[in-house]
Design a binder for this molecule. Sequence first.
Ligand code: GLN
Length: 216
Amino acid sequence: MSHFSAVPSEVGDASRLRIGVLASQGDFAAHREMLRSLGAEPVEVRTPEAIEGLDGLVIPGGESTTITKAIERDRLEPAIRAHAEAGRPILGTCAGMIVCDRDHLGLVDAKAERNAFGRQIASFEAELQVEGLGPDPMRAVFIRAPWIRDFGDDVEILATVDGHPVAVRQGQVVLCAFHPELTDDSRMHALLMALATTASERRDHHGSGVGKENDA
Ligand code: GLN
């Protein structure tokens, strides 16, 4: 699972992006390796300090109750919230989708239904067309996955399975019910890095203090 060869050119100056992966529980290592394969510097996050200054953050799949408890135990919530409020992007996958929903961190105005696909089809793969990731469908691995049951006006649906939203975006937060780290298709992580690059450029621009209009 650790051999990812494609480095999309759209990622641009990715070598400087520091992307955190919440490493309390779950499959954070696969995310770390995928981010590394794209040229980012992955950072395993277990403390609030580790979140400061990150360009982006992944909240991985695993067990949402355990991850939520770890966030409380390690007092990570204020730092995650500050990261989001600063316009720095977040990718929540599977359990990470649940952790970011209305009933948990509330980073997206949507309600994720746990284990929504039921016991009989606990795990499956599907070819998914994902809005914003180009025309080629993505092979998506679902493992006891949630779907989005209810969502507000600010939530954009990026992909559905049988009419149920399984990938959504609200501002800089992208949530998917599947595991993009378990295939060699790195477009979801590339999207996070593209959002991180844009956010970082916006900060540099505002931080410069001097308007650069029409300097030609
Ligand atoms: N079913 C898990 C939960 O509810 C999520 C599964 C996953 O992340 N693969 O937390």
